[in-house]
Design a binder for this molecule. Structure first.
Ligand code: IDP
Ligand code: MG
Length: 142
């Protein structure tokens, strides 16, 4: 196993439900490190570009509208096996299928408004982290 860097997003529903502190706490208690963190409100163009991989899916338009509905928190998360471990903390895409104790099981409204995003592979993380963070915005001794 290796030290990995991955992207997390607390989606507009999660920010609206005042869950930033709770979610950052879960990440840190799991032994992962938050080395980049900022609030932003995505433009339509940014949301379309970020989710371009889903362009052909029927939910793409709704997903983009949801993601620009309000501010989001973007997080760069580092640690041993961080990509899979952050996705484990998140739980399955559909909260109805998510394991007990996961963020989506505990907080998500439905399969679309599912509170958090996480990169799904090293290749995805390598694109998604730089989408939001310059290297000068990552702080390993923060
Ligand atoms: P993931 O976020 O668990 O990696 P993806 O399949 O990559 O799931 O889908 C990206 C996002 O698109 C999901 O997190 C969710 O917000 C939304 N989404 C996925 N599947 C559906 C669906 O069937 N209906 C509506 N929205 C969906
Ligand atoms: Mg995904």
């Amino acid at each position: 196993m290796a030290t990995e860097l991955t992207l997390g997003i607390i989606k507009p529903d999660g920010v609206q439900k005042v869950l930033i502190g709770e979610i950052v706490s879960r990440i840190q208690k799991a032994g992962l490190r938050v080395i980049g963190l900022r609030l932003t409100h995505l433009s339509q163009q940014e949301a379309e570009a970020f989710y371009a991989v889903h362009k052909a899916r029927p939910f793409y338009g709704d997903l983009v509208s949801f993601m620009i509905r309000g501010p989001v928190a973007v997080l760069a998360i580092e640690g041993e096996n961080a990509i899979a471990r952050w996705r484990e903390l998140m739980g399955a895409t559909d909260p109805a299928k998510a394991a007990p104790g996961t963020i989506r099981k505990d907080f998500a409204s439905n399969i679309e408004e599912n509170t958090v995003h996480g990169s799904d592979s090293p290749a995805t993380a390598a694109v998604e982290v730089p989408f939001f963070f310059r290297t000068t915005e990552l702080h390993r001794q923060g």
